[in-house]
Design a protein around this ligand. Structure first.
Ligand code: 2AM
Ligand code: CA
Length: 271
């Protein structure tokens, strides 16, 4: 299939075109705020080990305003508390995934933007404004990565089939971390090439979709962290479940290339 042509078809959907443009503009705003001296002086604690910066709030306000202006009858749910009831459609956004990095001036963070139709995620965009990469998926349409000046490329999960050949990622959601979340880490580290934690769950999911990581798991996430990324992984041919291998009824998430799924579930749940 001609991936370039297919992407153009995908972008002819007004929701898709809007989401791609909005995530990119939100990413530009994050970069402008990151470059400003104020960024690290505006930290607040939402709770223990749970930060919020001026950037989280400003970019959330920007997203809500843009969605409301363009689609007045759509709902909105954002991490920083902005919400609008809607009918059939709802946008789910994390304006800054990787707040802790941002606050400490580590340049690794993303914007995550998804569109739900009733309860199904139909569109997902993860923008990495630092490396200027945009990961995009539409349900049943496929997934792509857009890089500056390059032709859009189809996302495909990796073919890695053995833990011995795998690069994994995980994350720790503040005070929600329990000993059973830490135990598997030690076991994986004996076997795999490495276990990364970039600080952005959305970025990890995008990287599983892109075949850069072979699997990612994290307990205690929220819908806005994973809505876009889970669709990316599914549309790139990967598999998603909860960390026990069952249907996703919580946001204790495991996403993999599919080939490694059972092996990862076994380690995560070993007594
Ligand atoms: P955030 O940067 O938007 O807060 C890191 O492991 C992942 O967990 C990130 O996606 C991060 O999202 C989220 N996270 C960080 N601290 C958290 C907390 N205290 N509760 C829930 N999620 C958290
Ligand atoms: Ca956030």
């Amino acid at each position: 299939m001609d991936a370039d042509r297919t992407f153009e078809d995908f972008l002819s959907d007004p929701y898709a075109a809007f989401a791609v443009d909005l995530a990119r503009r939100a990413g530009e705003r994050l970069m402008a705020l990151f470059a400003g001296a104020a960024a690290d002086k505006e930290i607040r604690l939402k709770g223990p080990a749970n930060l919020v910066t001026r950037a989280d709030r400003e970019v959330e306000a920007f997203l809500l305003q843009a969605v409301t202006a363009r689609f007045p009858d759509h709902g909105y749910l954002g991490e920083e508390g902005a919400r609008r009831p809607g009918g059939e459609f709802r946008w789910v956004a994390d304006p800054l995934d990787g707040t802790t990095n941002f606050a400490h001036r580590v340049p690794v963070f993303t914007v995550s933007l998804a569109l739900q139709r009733r309860d199904e995620i139909v569109l997902g965009v993860v923008c990495d404004p630092v490396l200027r990469e945009l990961f995009v998926a539409g349900r049943g349409r496929g997934a792509w990565v857009l890089q500056d000046g390059a032709v859009p490329r189809r996302l495909e999960v990796s073919v890695t089939a053995r833990l011995e050949d795998a690069l994994l990622a995980t994350g720790f959601s503040g005070t929600k971390v329990r000993p059973e979340h830490l135990r598997p880490l030690g076991r994986f580290l004996q076997v795999v090439h490495g276990v990364r934690n970039t600080g952005s769950a959305a970025l990890h999911l995008a990287y599983v979709a892109a075949g850069r990581l072979d699997a990612f798991w994290e307990a205690g996430l929220n819908l806005w962290d994973v809505a876009a990324g889970l669709l990316l992984v599914e549309e790139a041919g990967g598999r998603v479940s909860d960390i026990h291998g069952g249907p996703l009824r919580s946001w204790d998430v495991l996403a993999s290339n599919g080939h490694l799924h059972e092996a990862v579930v076994a380690v995560l749940n070993a007594p």
